[in-house]
Design a protein around this ligand. Structure first.
Ligand code: C5P
Length: 230
């Protein structure tokens, strides 16, 4: 057993869809998106605790209460997040069980991650400093300045980072401390570990691991559930 803490970020502090409900708490098949996300982590043998990071205003909310499965086999704790995603993760890192040697970070709004893929990222921490889920880019990317193309980037070497992103705990904490010292803002955890020279492996993600950030994504999520992604 590799004692792993899972941090699920669900601050819901970003833009809202049509409804006033923060995205991780929108309903999908009678449960919140966050509820579905948590379910994906429960079958992973190496995960010994789940830390849900949400905004302080939501900590005592009904949204959060109904999102936590009632009889989970491992502890599920809830804590307050911060202004940026990285502040939320950093708060989570402060409360990780001291026995954990690995930390797995996941977006609360990616409810279709396959438990086997989560387990694979944990396994790879034996050989690497971390492992993240990513998908090859299907679009050609352009670098632009002032609305004009300055460069075309070879699609064959471009992958899009997703979550989970899993790291050896000590390395991840060092990377976060360094990022805060250097006042670096990043949108994914791997970027901080890269900056301290960490070696990070890629696990190819499936097409279902979508991040629900728009009304369009929510419609796709409903279709995926109907197709049996639950
Ligand atoms: O904003 P972004 O799309 O990167 O959000 C990805 C995930 O990070 C979402 O699950 C969101 O709830 C979470 N997040 C957070 N704390 C923030 C901002 C985003 O937990 N301050």
């Amino acid at each position: 057993m590799k004692s792993t803490s899972a941090i699920i970020v669900a601050a819901g502090s970003g833009t809202r869809m049509k409804s006033s409900v923060p995205k991780p708490f929108l309903t999908l098949d009678n449960n919140t998106i966050l509820y579905h996300t948590i379910q994906r982590f429960l079958p992973v043998a190496d995960i010994s605790e789940i830390i849900i990071v949400t905004s302080s205003q939501l900590l005592a909310s009904e949204y959060l209460r109904v999102s936590i499965p009632k009889s989970a086999p491992i502890p599920i704790r809830t804590i307050a997040g911060g202004k940026r995603r990285q502040d939320s993760v950093f708060n989570g890192l402060q409360t990780v069980n001291p026995d954990s040697t690995i930390v797995c970070i996941h977006d609360g709004v990616r409810p279709f991650i396959d438990p086997g893929t989560i387990a694979r990222t944990i396994e790879l921490c034996d050989q690497y400093d971390g492992a993240i889920v990513a998908v090859p880019s299907t679009n050609t990317l352009k670098e632009i300045q002032d609305q004009r193309i300055v460069k075309t980037i070879d699609r064959d070497i471009i992958w899009q980072a997703q979550t989970p992103q899993t790291f050896r705990k000590d390395i991840l904490i060092n990377a976060y401390k360094q990022a805060f010292r250097a006042k670096v803002t990043g949108t994914d955890d791997a970027s901080f570990v890269e900056q301290i020279g960490g070696r990070i492996a890629i696990v190819a993600g499936g097409p279902q691991n979508i991040k629900i950030t728009s009304q369009h994504d929510l419609l796709i999520a409903q279709l995926l559930l109907e197709e049996g992604a639950r």
